[in-house]
Ligand binder design. Structure first.
Ligand code: NAP
Length: 315
């Protein structure tokens, strides 16, 4: 496999790079020398058979079009919304992602965000560090156990969030692309109805064109001043300008967000709000999970080039 040319457009995780380097002929596009090689010698671009991308940067039509002999795009992440899968399908390019191994991690984070938001953990931490505790006790916060959790997208991560929330004696309801007859959770036919019937709305849905800004003003109003929004799906699900207004006007009780519309840019007005928790897209970002994800990227590429079935094909 050492002669097979694989391209990484952006750095990801050193372990993944090392593993790719040890098995394939790896080109790192962010390395100046590689860029010069690519610019001066079209044979190199022509030699690329696989591209490994992360799910935030993805692979757009422009990138895919630069490599005429590209056969497979391997995504180091489960969300493929930044990969032009239509173009890949048209050109017969296979696409893999890394489902399952990151489900627990993303669901754990969702629960962590709920607790951080309702119990004001980040604000409490600052309260102690700044010495304010010496001048008085912290204000009372909000209980999580027993609340109603609405899940938008009852897929792998959505189900894992629901399972965890059940351990907190929460009632679970959901809205998904499809009804799950096997699920004991109550289905709501629209996001607005889901938001009207829960205290905590967790977004765990894949992003598609149809789901951009699915969390709009109407949904925020339906959640209401005591309701909170948790987003571990994708930033573009949420109308951020509307979210800022709803929070500033007290129409929405709070928000905990791991993903944003234009990462790493986060709307400045959110920084001043105590009923907001912000994390830098860390849903799968632990050593254990990122290592497992890297192993799947490698295993898919090896399977592909050995002519075996892909482990986790998206396309
Ligand atoms: P999944 O099992 O495929 O579930 C996707 C959910 O989205 C399902 O409930 C599905 O509906 C719904 N959906 C709606 N429209 C869809 C469409 N056109 N295509 C596919 N699904 C659609 O995926 P997952 O493993 O739970 O991951 C869900 C998303 O979480 C990922 O796509 C990614 O964006 C995000 N994520 C974020 C982080 C992070 O770092 N914050 C980490 C991992 C994943 P049905 O139930 O009706 O099928």
């Amino acid at each position: 496999m050492e002669s097979i040319s694989v391209l990484m457009p952006r750095p990801t995780f050193p372990y993944l790079e090392e593993q790719l380097d040890g098995r394939f002929k790896l080109f790192r596009l962010w390395d100046n020398r590689t860029e010069i090689q690519f610019n001066n010698d079209s044979a190199i671009a022509n030699s690329i058979r696989a591209v490994v991308v992360n799910s935030v940067d993805g692979a757009d039509a422009d990138l895919i079009g630069k490599y005429p002999n590209l056969e497979i795009v391997s995504c180091y992440g489960v969300g493929v919304d930044k990969i032009d899968t239509r173009k890949c399908a048209d050109k017969g390019i296979r696409v893999t992602n890394t489902p399952d191994v990151l489900t627990d991690e993303a669901a754990d984070l969702a629960i962590g965000l709920i607790l951080a938001l309702l119990r004001r953990l980040c604000v409490c931490d600052q309260y102690v560090r700044s010495g304010k505790w010496k001048r008085g006790n912290f204000n009372l916060t909000t209980k999580f156990s027993g609340k109603t959790v609405g899940i938008l997208g009852l897929g792998r991560i959505g189900k894992a969030v629901a399972k965890r929330a059940e351990a907190f004696d929460c009632t679970i309801c959901y809205h998904s692309r499809t009804v799950k007859p096997e699920s004991k959770y109550r289905y709501h036919p629209s996001v607005v109805e889901l938001a009207s019937n829960c205290d905590i709305l967790v977004v765990a849905r894949s992003l598609t064109k149809e789901t951009e800004h699915i969390i709009n003003g109407e949904v925020m109003n339906a959640l209401g001043p005591k309701g909170v929004l948790i987003n571990v799906g994708r930033g573009k699900h949420v109308d951020e300008a509307e979210l800022v207004c709803a929070l500033l006007e007290g129409r929405l009780g709070g928000a905990a967000l791991d993903v944003f519309q234009d990462e790493p840019n986060v709307p400045q007005p959110l920084f001043g709000l105590q009923n907001v928790v912000l994390t830098p897209h860390i849903g799968s970002a632990t050593v254990e999970t990122r290592t497992a994800m890297a192993d799947i990227v490698i295993a898919n590429l090896e399977a592909y080039f050995l002519g075996k079935p892909l482990l986790t094909p998206f396309l």
